[in-house]
Design a protein around this ligand. Structure first.
Ligand code: NAD
Ligand code: TYD
Length: 373
């Protein structure tokens, strides 16, 4: 099969290969990119559609001529190589991963499989497609590996301590260990082959389409149903929350304006204890639910239930975003108080989405994890 060039109005369109685009951040990124570039780019979304992948997230773009979905596992070398052979890919944005710490504690192997081996397959296929006979790479090709601040381990509670790009890796959970391994593979490709890549390490995201196994959507969903709100340990672990659209924008800016081979930390200095976040969610739900809505009576602080702590629970994450700010000019645009309102409004408008993703397998996961709370 020959290479298919994307040509529109006589002009070649830049082609993106996005992995994991049916997940939370990937689908937000695809919406962001079509919103920004419209029909001047083409996106091929490769996703295995695990429990976390949902094509409903992409309904608004599925019929676009410049969007293609391919169901494939990133560990499947042949399928990935075929995509590169059939399309002249300019940019890879690699989101696909197993992403939930609690699941990694229960079942680490699939994290190694997808996050480590899958990343190796993506790197190798891109390298094979982009490498010239002299070992250099075709002009303009770029690979962006989407990673997490969790690779740096846990910070002390001292508020002056932050994660920098130079902070040594010290992952604790099987999830963060697998992401750290994948980062190391990308670094190895950059160092060994001068493979044109960047790595971004971002703090915790929240926003539309987030699967309700994660803290913020889980709490919103449970509160609206009057179910227990399970807080691990003393509730004082700190996470640094970023609205997902700000992350999508940062990824695009790094890929277009960042220096190749560099690592950029992404975060917005929005550190909060889990229990603080939960209070904000409950207050905002009360404010936003109209009088007479039966859910108003269900949302209550009394639902807060302290449960056994997560094994190896990292105490505090906090990103120093100095490099991305000074080199690229990226700044988060969404304050937490606005982002949480937008997120809750989105969940109000997408009850059907929530019903669909919490039926079936989710219920089993929830009961195994939390009991029938
Ligand atoms: P997610 O779990 O919502 O989505 C992951 C997507 O990858 C799903 O669509 C799933 O179907 C797909 N996928 C999983 N295994 C696959 C495989 N073997 N082959 C192809 N597709 C596969 O995850 P997310 O929260 O959107 O995270 C996306 C990326 O961002 C991950 O790499 C994660 O490590 C990173 N990240 C997440 C956060 C966060 O707060 N969620 C923060 C920083 C970095
Ligand atoms: P999570 O959303 O799983 O993200 P991560 O562990 O990758 O940071 O969890 C965010 C924080 O919320 C983390 O400190 C664990 C805590 N947490 C709870 O207290 N209860 C829960 O039910 C969940 C899912 C998380």
């Amino acid at each position: 099969m020959g290479t298919r060039e994307s040509v529109q109005k006589g002009k070649r369109m830049r082609t993106y290969l996005v992995t994991g685009g049916a997940g939370f951040i990937g689908s937000n990124y695809i919406h962001y990119m079509f919103g920004k570039y419209g029909d001047t780019i083409r996106i091929i979304n490769v996703d295995a559609l695990t429990y976390a992948g949902n094509l409903e997230n992409l309904k608004a773009v599925e019929n676009l001529d410049n969007y293609t979905f391919v169901r494939a596992d990133i560990c499947d070398k042949e399928a990935i190589a075929r995509i590169f052979a059939e399309n002249d890919i300019d940019r890879v944005v690699h989101f696909a991963a197993e992403s939930h710490v609690d699941r990694s504690i229960r079942n680490p192997e699939v994290f190694v499989q997808t996050n480590v081996l899958g990343t190796a397959v993506m790197l190798n296929c891109a390298k094979d497609a982009w490498e010239l006979p002299d070992g250099s790479f075709k002009a303009g090709k770029k690979f962006l590996h989407v990673s997490t601040d969790e690779v740096y381990g846990s910070l002390p509670e001292d508020e002056d301590a932050f994660f920098y790009e130079t902070t040594p890796y010290d992952p604790h959970s099987p999830y963060s260990a697998s992401k750290a391994s994948s980062d190391m593979l990308v670094k190895a490709y950059m160092d060994t082959y001068k493979f044109p890549a960047n790595i971004t390490n971002c703090s915790n995201n929240y926003g539309p389409y987030q699967f309700p196994e994660k803290f913020i959507p889980l709490m919103i969903n449970n509160a609206l149903q009057g179910r227990k709100l399970p807080v691990y340990g003393d509730g004082k672990n700190v996470r640094d929350w970023l609205y997902v659209e700000d992350h999508a924008k940062a990824i695009d800016m790094v890929q277009e304006q960042g220096r190749l081979f560099e690592v950029y930390n992404i975060g917005g200095h929005n550190e909060k204890q889990n229990i603080e976040i939960l209070h904000i969610i409950l207050e905002t739900l009360q404010e936003m639910l109209p009088e007479g809505d039966p859910r108003k009576a269900l949302v209550s602080e009394e639902l807060i239930t302290y449960v056994e702590d997560r094994k190896g629970h990292d105490r505090r994450y906090a990103i120093a975003p100095d490099k991305i700010r000074s080199e690229i000019g990226w700044e988060p645009e969404t304050m937490f108080k606005d982002g949480i309102r937008k997120t809750i409004a989105w969940f109000f408008e997408h009850e059907e989405w929530m019903k669909n993703v919490t039926s079936g397998d989710y219920q089993k996961y929830y009961d195994d994890m939390y009991g029938n709370g």
